[in-house]
Design a protein around this ligand. Structure first.
Ligand code: ZN
Length: 300
């Protein structure tokens, strides 16, 4: 978030100018989606983290067959079935959250980090850059007609973007199969549920009380838990717990039947959010390369 209201207004005006100068109205994002909002960025990426871990939870609890890497499957399963293809209104706020999620992976990819935090080619997770492009592709592929601006704002190359609708359809077909096998039928009595527990944030978590209030006020954590147990026939009651764990982490423990989100991960999103205004101005400039970039003097 820009450090002062004046700077925030300047960024907003710059973005608005660039977007209005973009050539084709059908290719413009909603202006709200390009504006940086620290709380929205933290909340959207807490939600994505929970969705990814929900993917692991569903793979484990429903004993799903997995082709390819589980980490990629967890991104697709959680993000698509409980967010992207869920019955949500596709308004400016929805698109803003999509962009916040993609941009988190771009910031993570570009962030200089110590060796122990690097994701290596041999690791079980995809590289941050790959997760960024994979998510940008799924987002664009979910609605290419209305999301023409996504490749421009994210820098997703056309060579990949051309096939994103097919990638999205392929994942959708797999999810439809999962729902046929494990989804709750309309009118079926509610079965097992996911209970949400918030531990108190530790003193060492920067702005811990604010982060807890942000999550609780948004209602997103309970909503994700409720959505997962409403959509799928879970075999047992499970727990989703927000805790202090000493690392910016999250995981699903099959043994404990517990999905964990660490306060340290929320604090990490808070730190990265400071980089977002710079990223958004660059994204707006990509929409209109010929426009003058107000934050960078005379550079075209
Ligand atoms: Zn994972």
């Amino acid at each position: 978030m820009p450090s002062s209201p004046a700077l925030r207004r300047h960024c907003a005006a710059a973005l608005l100018g660039l977007v209005l100068l973009a050539a084709d109205a059908s290719e413009e994002p909603p202006i709200e989606a390009l504006l940086s909002d620290e709380e929205r960025f933290i909340s959207a990426n807490a939600e994505f983290t929970l969705l990814h871990e929900m993917g692991h939870l569903l793979i484990a609890e429903l004993d799903l067959p997995v082709l390819g890497r589980e980490e990629d499957a967890a991104d697709q399963l959680g993000f698509l079935s409980l967010f992207l293809s869920a019955d949500r209104q596709r308004d400016a706020g929805f698109y803003a959250r999509l962009l916040d999620i993609a941009d988190y992976w771009r910031l993570e990819w570009q962030r200089p980090k110590p060796d122990y935090e690097e994701v290596h080619a041999w690791a079980s997770h995809g590289l941050d850059a790959q997760r960024f492009y994979n998510l940008a592709c799924l987002i664009y592929g979910s609605d290419p007609d209305r999301l023409e601006w996504v490749p421009k704002v994210t820098g997703l190359p056309m060579e990949r973007a051309l096939y994103c609708d097919q990638e999205y359809q392929q994942v959708s077909r797999a999810l439809a199969w999962v729902k046929r096998q494990h989804g709750r039928r309309p009118g079926e009595p509610h079965g097992h549920r996911i209970r949400v527990i918030f531990d108190a944030p530790a003193q060492r978590i920067a702005n811990g009380a604010r982060l807890l209030a942000l999550l609780q006020d948004s209602g997103e954590v309970e909503a994700i838990a409720a959505r997962a147990s409403a959509v799928y026939r879970l075999p047992r009651d499970l727990i989703l717990r927000v805790v202090n764990c000493g690392a910016a982490d999250a995981w699903y423990s099959r043994d404990a039947g517990e999905l964990v989100l660490c306060y340290e991960r929320l604090a990490h999103f808070q730190l990265l959010a400071a980089q977002l205004p710079r990223l958004r101005l660059n994204g707006a400039a990509m929409l209109c390369p010929a426009c003058r970039h107000p934050a960078e003097g005379n550079r075209p």
